[in-house]
Design a protein around this ligand. Structure first.
Ligand code: AMP
Ligand code: ZN
Length: 437
């Protein structure tokens, strides 16, 4: 395949809004008809008094009941599929904290289409066949491994499937293989930089890194800028989830102004998580996705639990696919303290504005006699921790700024670099001790 343009799939990436709607209508009708091969959706439609042929337009989509993570659990492992198991060639599973894990099945065509979507995303941020792509995701059930692997190979890059962990080895691969593009979760990208510093390696001088793909966990704009400054790269936000295959759902273009969601694969709705009604244009709500380019296990109106909004306006890059704002978190991440709703990302946004602070922090919610409280422990950059007076002063001003943002004054505790626990995969940012009994 030869691609000479800025686009990997020029005809699909540059569809006009009208063309997107026509394609979506056609694919929605096809998907709904296909879903009638699934015992689950047949029963859902019967209960709702709906026939597949009732869904003719994009507006009709709203007549279909939502599909939830609980539905995936209840039908574990294979109950939601729309094809026979003999037509499935892979499954990915994500383990929940409670109950059954969820399983997503893929046919050969699904895997091909997934790889096409990932290749499209990587091409969009400037990856080309002469790049060397290193993936620091866990391979296996986590979709960030194989998902990026097949997309990067389809694009034609030399791939380094380094997998998770062993940071020194990752860094050796950068220098030995001339890695130019790295996929890492944001907390790990910061960790890689720290280890480089400890070993006297300067990413600008000693590596060819120039592009970073960061995703899988919420992070603020300041965190992105920090990672870019540390490693001397451009970092692009990548959004995906195993229920929608994995990576390749929505991705920033070079403009870095929101993530284009591929509307030839997904129909996007943003709903109020309580009323389940659509929110007014541009407002934050729960992202609901319908897969319209999937064979083994299409999902209709899947409630992702992720909170975001559709950015208004046109992107100068020439793609008309909608852009999602940075994820605000998941509705299940929301903390309620003294009746106030707080998202971890609000705290991160404040912390990352203080240059004295490093990237890692931990929010603890706990109770004592006079009620619930929040403690925010945050690692310092290499600052003198012995100067008690100025430490206390800094803690105080952080607490004040946090109060401005979340209307609660947490206890702020500055801790030495690398003293907070590090997770293997996605960072753990919140510990709620109130729930332990
Ligand atoms: P998993 O299915 O284990 O890959 O997890 C998917 C979840 O990770 C999504 O539903 C989001 O909550 C989160 N996630 C993935 N990508 C991003 C991103 N770029 N920003 C924020 N959260 C993300
Ligand atoms: Zn764009």
């Amino acid at each position: 395949m030869s691609h000479n343009s800025e686009f990997f799939h020029p005809e699909l990436e540059t569809l006009t809004r009208d063309q997107i709607h026509t394609l979506q209508t056609e694919r929605l009708q096809k998907t709904v008809a296909h879903c009638m091969n699934s015992a689950f959706y047949r029963e859902r439609f019967r209960q709702a008094g709906l026939k597949a042929s009732d869904i003719r337009t994009l507006d009709d989509l709203r007549r279909i009941p939502f599909t939830t993570k609980q539905d995936l659990r209840d039908t574990y492992p294979f109950g939601l599929r729309s094809v026979g198991l003999e037509d499935c060639v892979r499954l990915h599973s994500s383990s929940g904290t409670t109950g059954n894990p969820t399983v997503i099945l893929h046919s050969k065509r699904d895997l091909e289409q997934w790889a096409q979507a990932v290749a499209r995303c990587l091409w969009m941020v400037g990856c080309r066949p002469d790049d060397v792509f290193q993936n620091s995701s866990g391979y296996g059930m986590f979709t960030g491994g194989l998902g990026f692997q097949y997309g990067a190979e389809l694009l034609g890059m030399l791939t380094v499937p380094a997998a998770a962990g062993n940071t020194l080895r990752q860094i050796k691969f950068f220098t030995d293989f001339g890695t130019t593009v790295l996929h890492a979760i944001p907390s790990y990208a910061a960790r890689i930089y720290e280890v480089m510093c400890e070993h006297g390696i300067d990413p600008r001088r000693d590596t060819k890194l120039r592009t970073l793909v960061i995703g899988a966990e919420p992070h603020s704009e300041d965190t992105r800028r920090r990672i870019e400054d540390m490693l001397g790269v451009k970092a692009y936000n990548s959004f995906g989830m195993s229920e929608m295959c994995g990576p390749g759902v929505a991705f920033e273009c070079k403009e870095q102004n929101g993530m284009h969601i591929w509307e030839d694969y997904y129909i996007v709705e943003i709903v109020d998580p309580d009323t389940l009604e659509p929110v007014p244009d541009g407002e934050v709500g729960e992202l609901v996705l319908t897969t319209i380019n999937r064979e083994a296990m299409p999902l209709l109106r899947y409630r992702t639990r992720d909170l975001t909004r559709i950015l208004p306006g046109e992107c100068p890059c020439g793609r008309h696919h909608l852009r999602l704002d940075r994820m605000k978190g998941r509705s299940d991440d929301m903390m309620i303290l003294k009746g106030v709703n707080i998202f971890p990302i609000q705290i991160e946004q404040v912390l990352m504005q203080f240059k004295e602070l490093a990237s890692d922090y931990l929010i603890t919610l706990d109770s004592r006699d006079n009620g619930d409280f929040m403690r925010v422990e945050v690692e310092m950059q290499n600052v003198n921790l012995d100067d008690y007076q100025s430490l206390k002063q800094l803690e105080k001003s952080i607490a004040q700024r946090l109060h401005d943002e979340i209307l609660i004054t947490p206890e702020v505790k500055l801790v030495p670099k690398n003293s907070l626990p590090k997770a293997e995969g996605k960072a753990v940012r919140v510990k709620d001790l109130r729930k332990q009994y």
